[in-house]
Design a protein around this ligand. Structure first.
Ligand code: BGC
Length: 727
C-alpha cells in the first residue's frame, strides 16, 4: 500500500515538476510507456470516452489533465453546457469569426491559410481548448450538401494544398487540429447511416488526398471519423479506412475521434481504429441522455470485454498511448504558447482572407468597383445586407465579438453616397431541423424594395442562402439549386425599375441564376465572418482588387452536376445505399470531360485589372518517375489596377488505359503584380502526381507516354497547352 502511494506520488510529482522539461522528443514515447504502466484498466478506458459534451477525463490521481475540445472550423465556438447542447451563457467567450473554409479555398493562397490557422489556433489556446474540431475537407460533390460551406471545394489538389498550412498554423499553438469528416460524408441527408458505394479509384484520387495531405504533410494530431458508412461499416470504426489506410498506410500516430454520436458498436469501436468516443446518445445536435457516459461503447461495455479477455489489453493500450501522445503535444507540453484572444491582428487576418476569397463572377460595363467619392444614391436591398451570418449552420456557428454587416460596411466606406435600404425578402426564423415562416408580408417587402430601387442610381442586392436549416446548414441538404424566399422574383421586379444592378451572393454553395443576363455585376461572397461588411466594402469600392477564384463549379442546372446526372441512387441514394456513379468525374472533371458548360467554371474569378500569361514553358520535355516538372511563365498586369492573379496548371493524359478527366489541377501559384508590371512565376509539380489509382494492382500507376499541360487562369480559360512525356 505504502509503495503504491509512493509510486503514485512520485509519478504525480513527475508529471507536475518535469512538465517544463518535456518537449516532444523520442523521450516522450518512453514517458508515455512509463505513464501507461501506472494506469489501471479503468483509467485507460476512461481516457477513451467523453465525460461531457466536449471533454474527456484525465487521470486526476496522476495529475493528467482533461482534454477540452471545441468546434471549429471558422472560429472557436461559444462554451456549451456540460451535459446538453445549450449554450453556457459565458460572457468572455466572444471570438473572431473567420470566413468560411469555402472562402479560404477561394483565396488559392496557402500563406493566408497559415495565417488563418495561427490566428484561430491562438484563440483556441486562449480559450483553453486542446483540440480544435476542424478543418473539414470533404469534397464538394453536390451543390445540395448542407455543409459545403465548411469545406474546401471540389478539387483534391486545392484542398490538400490549403489544408496543410491551416493545420500547421493551429498546431504551432500546442492545439491539435482535428481534420474531419473522414471520409465520404458528402451530404447531410441520411448522414448517420447512408452507406457510400464508391470505386477504389475515386476514393483514392478524389476523396482521400486532402486527408492524406493533412496526415502526411500537415502532421495532424487528430482525425474525426464521419457519420456515414463505407463498405457496410460506420466510418468512425472502419477497419479499412482507419486501421489500414489511416494508421497503417499513412502512419497516423494521433487520435481518431468519433463525430458526435458516430460510434455504434463496442467491438467494432475497440478493434477498428477508433480511439475516442464523443457525443453518443445524441444525433450530434439535439437531445441527450444525461450522464450517459458510462454507457458509451468505449466505457463500461469496453471495460467488461477487456476484463473478460474478449478484447486484448493491447487494444486499449494503443488507444491510451495515442491519447497521451496528443496530450504531450498539447496540454502536457509546457512550451506551448499562451494563445491570444480576439484582437486587431486576428480581425485583420479575417478581413484579408475575406477580401482575397470574394470572387467577382461577372462585371458587365465595369459595374464594379463603385466609386466611393461619387455622390450616388445606392439602394442596398436584400435580407443578407443586414442579417448576421455567423450564427446558424450547425456546429460551426459562432458568437463573434462583433460582425460588420454588408450595409454597415458600405455605410462606413461610402460616406459621400446616399445609401437607402430595403429588406426585399424575409426568411423565417430557424431552429435545428425546422424553419418557421416569416411573419413579414412578402408582397409588402417586395413593393417597398422596388420603390427604393426606383430612386437609386445603383442597386446592390445582397441575397443567397443564410445557414438556416436547408439553406447551408448541418443536418439537412438543400431542396434544390434555386434561391429561396422569392429572391428570383424580387430580382426580376427590381430590374423592371432599375437595370443598374449588382448582385452579391452570400452562400457556401452554387445557386441557379435565371436572372443572370439581367444583372451587370455579380460577386460570390461566401460567409465572411466578423469582418464581412468591411471586406465587401473593400472590394466594392475598389480599395481591394478581387482575386478570388471559384473552388467549385457552378452548374447551370442541377442535372448538369455529375452526382445528380445519374439520378437518385447517386444522390441522395435509397436511404440505405448510394452509388457515386460519376466515379472520378467530380466537378470540373465532369463538365470538361462531358463538355457540359458550367454557369461558372472551377477556378474562374475576375479582377479589376487584366492579366496576360506568356512565355509558358516546362523545364524539360521528357521526365521520369520521382522527378519534378518545373513550369515557368510570365504574368503581366495589362490593366489599370494593381492586383493578383492565380496561374493554374492542369494536366491530362490522352490515350490512357483508363478513363481520365480531360484535365486535373496539379499546381497553382497566386502572384501579386503592379499595374504595368510583370512577374515571373514558377510552379513545381511532382511527376508522381500524374499517376492514377490502378485497381488492378491495386496501387498508383504512373503511365508512360504523352501528357497535355494546360495553363490558364480558370479551368475554362486556358491560355496555352503544351506536351510533356513520361518515360
Ligand atoms: C459535427 C461535427 C462537430 C461535432 C461537435 C457534429 O454534429 O458533425 O463536425 O465537430 O458535431 O459539435
Amino acid at each position: 500500500m505504502i509503495r503504491f502511494v509512493l509510486t503514485t506520488m512520485i509519478l504525480a510529482g513527475w508529471v507536475a515538476s518535469n512538465v517544463q522539461a518535456q518537449v516532444l522528443t523520442k523521450d516522450v514515447e518512453s514517458k508515455i510507456e512509463n505513464i501507461l504502466s501506472q494506469l489501471t484498466l479503468e483509467e485507460k478506458v476512461a481516457l477513451c470516452h467523453a465525460q461531457s459534451k466536449f471533454s474527456t477525463p484525465g487521470v486526476p490521481r496522476l495529475g493528467i489533465p482533461e482534454i477540452w475540445m471545441s468546434d471549429g472550423p471558422h472560429g472557436i465556438r461559444a462554451e456549451i453546457n456540460w451535459d446538453n447542447w445549450g449554450y453556457a451563457g459565458w460572457t468572455n467567450d466572444s471570438i473572431t469569426a473567420f470566413p468560411a473554409l469555402t472562402c479560404l479555398a477561394a483565396t488559392f493562397n496557402p500563406e493566408l491559410s497559415h495565417q488563418y490557422g495561427v490566428a484561430v489556433g491562438e484563440e483556441a489556446r486562449y480559450r483553453k481548448k486542446d483540440v480544435l474540431l476542424g478543418p473539414g475537407v470533404n469534397i464538394y460533390r453536390t451543390p445540395l450538401n448542407g455543409r459545403n460551406f465548411e469545406y474546401m471545394g471540389e478539387d483534391p489538389h486545392l484542398a490538400s494544398i490549403l489544408v496543410v498550412p491551416y493545420i500547421k498554423g493551429v498546431q504551432q499553438n500546442g492545439v491539435a487540429a482535428c481534420v474531419k469528416h473522414y471520409v465520404l460524408n458528402n451530404q447531410e441527408l441520411w448522414r448517420g447511416h447512408i452507406n457510400v458505394e464508391v470505386s477504389d479509384r475515386a476514393l483514392y484520387e478524389i476523396y482521400l488526398p486532402a486527408f492524406k495531405a493533412a496526415v502526411e504533410e500537415g502532421g495532424v494530431w487528430s482525425v474525426m471519423g464521419a457519420y456515414n458508412q463505407y463498405k457496410g461499416q460506420h466510418c468512425c470504426h472502419n477497419e479499412l479506412l482507419l486501421n489500414k489506410i489511416l494508421k497503417e498506410d499513412w502512419g497516423f500516430d494521433g487520435v481518431v475521434i468519433t463525430d458526435w454520436g458516430g460510434a455504434h458498436d463496442t467491438r467494432e469501436a475497440a478493434l477498428f481504429g477508433l480511439d475516442m468516443e464523443m457525443g453518443t446518445g445524441t444525433d450530434g445536435l439535439t437531445v441527450s441522455a444525461k450522464n450517459a457516459y458510462d454507457y458509451y461503447y468505449l466505457a463500461t461495455p469496453f471495460l467488461k470485454m477487456l476484463k473478460s479477455g474478449e478484447i486484448d489489453e493491447a487494444v486499449v493500450d494503443d488507444k491510451a498511448r495515442r491519447i497521451l501522445r496528443l496530450m504531450f503535444r498539447t496540454n502536457m507540453n509546457p512550451n506551448r504558447p499562451m494563445g491570444r484572444m480576439n484582437n486587431p491582428e486576428h480581425q485583420q487576418v479575417a478581413r484579408a482572407v475575406a477580401g482575397e476569397g470574394i470572387v467577382l463572377l461577372k462585371n458587365g460595363q465595369a459595374f464594379f468597383p463603385i466609386d466611393p467619392d461619387k455622390k450616388l444614391t445606392i439602394a442596398v436591398i436584400g435580407e443578407n445586407a443586414t442579417r448576421p451570418t455567423t450564427p446558424g449552420g450547425g456546429s460551426s456557428e459562432l458568437k463573434p465579438k462583433y460582425e460588420i454587416s454588408p450595409l454597415e460596411g458600405l455605410r462606413q466606406r461610402f460616406k459621400n453616397a446616399n445609401i437607402i435600404h430595403a429588406m426585399g425578402y424575409a426568411s423565417g426564423p430557424s431552429v435545428y431541423g425546422q424553419v418557421a415562416p416569416s411573419p413579414l408580408n412578402a408582397d409588402s417587402l417586395l413593393r417597398a424594395a422596388v420603390e427604393v430601387a426606383s430612386k437609386a442610381d445603383v442597386v446592390l442586392f445582397f441575397g443567397g442562402l443564410n445557414k438556416n436549416h436547408r439553406q447551408d446548414c448541418e443536418g439537412g441538404d438543400r431542396e434544390g439549386l434555386g434561391l429561396p424566399f422569392g429572391q428570383d422574383k424580387l430580382l426580376e421586379e427590381l430590374y423592371k425599375v432599375n437595370d443598374n444592378i449588382g448582385v452579391v451572393l452570400i452562400s457556401g454553395n452554387a445557386v441557379a441564376m435565371p436572372w443572370l443576363p439581367k444583372v451587370k455585376g455579380l460577386m460570390q461572397a461566401w460567409y465572411l465572418g466578423s469582418e464581412s461588411g468591411h471586406a465587401l466594402a473593400d472590394i466594392i469600392s475598389g480599395d481591394v482588387n478581387p482575386s478570388g477564384k471559384l473552388p467549385f463549379s457552378f452548374p447551370a442546372k442541377l442535372s448538369d452536376n455529375a452526382a445528380h446526372h445519374f439520378g437518385t441512387l447517386s444522390y441522395p441514394g435509397d436511404s440505405i445505399n448510394q452509388y457515386y456513379k460519376e466515379d472520378i468525374l467530380v466537378g470540373y472533371r465532369w463538365h470538361d470531360t462531358k463538355e457540359i458548360k458550367p454557369l461558372f467554371a472551377f477556378g474562374h474569378g475576375l479582377s479589376y485589372t487584366s492579366f496576360e500569361l506568356s512565355g509558358i514553358k516546362t523545364d524539360k520535355q521528357v521526365y521520369t518517375a520521382g522527378e519534378s516538372i518545373t513550369l515557368t511563365c510570365n504574368v503581366s498586369n495589362t490593366g489599370d489596377a494593381d492586383g493578383a492573379e492565380v496561374v493554374q496548371v492542369y494536366i491530362g493524359k490522352r490515350n490512357s488505359k483508363v478513363d481520365r478527366a480531360v484535365k486535373e489541377l496539379k499546381g497553382f501559384r497566386k502572384v501579386w503584380v503592379e499595374k504595368g508590371g510583370a512577374a515571373a512565376v514558377k510552379v513545381s509539380i511532382g511527376v508522381d502526381q500524374l499517376a492514377f489509382y490502378d485497381e488492378s494492382i491495386p496501387g498508383w500507376n504512373l503511365e508512360k507516354g504523352e501528357y497535355k499541360v494546360f495553363v490558364g487562369n480558370a479551368s475554362d480559360n486556358i491560355t496555352q497547352e503544351a506536351s510533356i512525356t513520361i518515360k
